[in-house]
Design a protein around this ligand. Sequence first.
Ligand code: NAP
Length: 273
Amino acid sequence: MNKKITTNDGYEIPILGLGTYLSMGRDCEHAVEFALSHGYDHIDTAQGYNNEKEVGQGWKASGRSREGIYITTKISTSNQGYEKSMRSLEKSLKALQTDYVDLLLIHWPNLSNIERTFETWQAMVEMQAQGMTRSIGVSNFPIDLLKDLLVRTEVVPAINQVEFHPFLYQQELLAYCREKGIQIEAYSPIARTKFFDHEQLVKIAKKYAKTPAQVMLAWLINHNLVVIPKSNHETRILENADIFFQFEAEDMKVLDNLLPQSRVVQEPRLFKD
Ligand SMILES: NC(=O)c1ccc[n+]([C@@H]2O[C@H](COP(=O)([O-])OP(=O)(O)OC[C@H]3O[C@@H](n4cnc5c(N)ncnc54)[C@H](OP(=O)(O)O)[C@@H]3O)[C@@H](O)[C@H]2O)c1
């Protein structure tokens, strides 16, 4: 079921993953176990979600081999800086019951102290060399910050994880990332359900006998973007995986031009941790 995309470092990332923001305790453990037992190979967590332990337990309960699955975690802004980043990944690995993650991201650029964010990147380059993570990348990086990073490093991020869905079609960022070989990973890919009643979305969903969530996710994978929808419900976890279908060109065009275009997560430029 799960297609893979090769990143600029030669590793493969499954195009569908399970998001876990606001997924806590036993619910998180169960969602991870269920997803990994029903076709998902990829789980997205973060130090800031306070659920790395539950993600690790859910994975163990699924019986899946470590090599067969893909785990992402993210360094919190409060753990930025060279030494602190290193120590924080050691803790994450312990919580996740593994000795490496597949992808390590800078969760947010620290706009009040961007030097610390770049120090974190240097630490991540080192952690990659040590085998603590396979791929390294960023999250919530707009074009100007990617440019700042690229002049300071030889290592191009494998991934930029950003908010992306048909109601936030970030074409300029996508074109820039493609030019630099950076894969976009779409977070809040169903815009936290905000647009499920949108007339054009509903019309297309009916035409293909799919749900609005499935149409939004299929649109993203048709653009070759990695998607990480979050759900704690078994039926929705299954629904969100049944997304490997194509649209007729005219429907893709409608989905490419939906209005309004808006964010569900606060604009990166304004964010302070
Ligand atoms: N890097 C970052 O800064 C960042 C920021 C935001 C998110 N993320 C990552 O991206 C993941 C996904 O984003 P998100 O959690 O913000 O939003 P999302 O996946 O767009 O939406 C999740 C919400 O939609 C509901 N839902 C899921 N599937 C559904 C379906 N088929 N039908 C109806 N409702 C459905 C979920 O509820 P139930 O759980 O109750 O089903 C949950 O309330 C996160 O979990 C996290 O891993 C990263």
